[in-house]
Design a protein around this ligand. Sequence first.
Ligand code: GLN
Length: 190
Amino acid sequence: MGKRVGVLALQGDFLEHRKTLERLGHEVVEVRLPGDLEGLDGLVIPGGESTTIGKLMVEYGLIEPLRARIAGGLPTFGTCAGAIVLAKDIGRDQPLIGAMDLVVERNAFGRQLQSFEADVPVPSVGEPPMRAIFIRAPAISSVGPGVEVLARLEDGTIVAARQGSLLATAFHPELTEDGRLHAYWLSLTP
Ligand code: GLN
């Protein structure tokens, strides 16, 4: 059944998430104000620039309502900058929601590898591997005890993780036609 899914629409590639979710048959609400969080079954935090998203969350008075709703069980999916914003620890000071027990390193792939693509096996969504697009991507350096690693690169770098119904990916599933990870995440929602 179609769900009502919010997409944080302050900055970044929220339109691509919107398209993916609509293709899967869900209703999408663009979230810019605290009132937009009413009645959602889930929330996506898109890729973009985590410092900008953080700053705007503070300016729009969204950071506390977001922390409260997510701590209260709102299923949330962060991609790339969204994963950074969801993490507890990124080793530097910028506004975060901090809901997931992850240590994340921003821009982890350095200058040579600012952007790249890889076929990444994601057992939770089955075969074939996902075509994963990385753009100035973070890496998940470590995960806490309640967190399941969903995907790694060949060298072992963690690029997707789940904590209950919270999902974080270092890559951008919204930039391909492959909606399996969005569908998997929504299958975790009540
Ligand atoms: N490098 C960005 C950041 O630190 C993330 C890039 C992205 O979302 N594609 O926020």
